[in-house]
Design a protein around this ligand. Structure first.
Ligand code: SF4
Length: 238
């Protein structure tokens, strides 16, 4: 939750607090063909696809010059009440304008903004929304979940087969271009190799794989030595 300071604080006593909840496309999408996809990533991907200049189809609810009046009405309605996510969805549906994007027009006028962890924790997301933390009060509800939320925002999923493939590709790359790499690049490639190898060891350990399944890709010393390209080799695990 973010409290934004405004210049008209003296008017607060007489006015309703301008509160705005922000949420994901999954909760706010009003395009039936997109909303029915269900998962957050599928809805995000489809919405982004529809906005590509190459896309023949466009989402008719996206705020634009054609529906500027509805977008302004949405902003005013959102700030005139204390809406929850369902209210924003309903207002957007009534006005036929996307609540996910139209909510952004209400951000500058809002005094209290509630938003999910991912939008708060990622600077890129805050920048896209025009939200600045400096000079504002941030209240974190259910703060015991913050570490998990940070991990979720910055975590990536990877499986053992992808790591094996990465090792294989890295081995081929080193074999082909090892001699041409500059010192710094050789070190970086070796570091990637070590990371891939360590992650593979970890996953193999978790899977209870037999000792000996891990095949060394190429150690940093070997890659950075003058005979690196000859020494580097790759064996595909069974
Ligand atoms: S612009 Fe809004 S309504 Fe249209 S697909 Fe994206 S999230 Fe859904």
């Amino acid at each position: 939750m973010i409290f934004q300071s405004t210049k008209s604080e003296d008017k607060l006593a007489a006015e309703t607090v301008k509160q705005l909840p922000l949420s994901s496309r999954q909760k706010l999408c009003i395009n039936p063909a997109v909303a029915r996809l269900g998962s957050l990533s599928a809805i995000n991907d489809r919405c982004t696809e529809l906005q590509q200049s190459k896309s023949k189809e466009k989402c008719p609810f996206m705020p634009s010059a054609e529906n500027l009046k509805q977008t302004h009405e949405f902003r005013d309605a959102a700030l005139a009440t204390i809406p929850d996510i369902e209210d924003l969805h309903r207002i957007g549906k009534d006005l036929q304008v996307c609540p996910y994007y139209a909510s952004r027009t209400a951000i500058p006028g809002a005094e209290v903004i509630t938003l999910p962890y991912p939008l708060l924790l990622q600077k890129s997301a805050r920048d896209a929304l025009g939200i600045k933390l400096e000079g504002n009060v941030v209240i974190i509800d259910e703060a015991h979940n913050i570490m998990d939320a940070v991990a979720n925002v910055y975590a990536a999923e990877i499986c053992l087969s992808e790591l094996r493939k990465a090792r294989q590709m890295l081995g081929i790359y080193v074999k082909r271009f090892g001699k041409k790499l500059k010192g710094e690049n050789r070190v970086m490639v070796a570091q990637i190799g070590k990371v891939v190898e360590s992650l593979s060891e970890c996953l193999n350990g978790q899977l209870g794989a037999k000792v000996g399944l891990i095949f060394p890709l190429v150690g940093p010393t070997r890659l950075t030595s003058s005979r690196a390209s000859k020494a580097s080799s790759m064996r595909t695990p069974c």
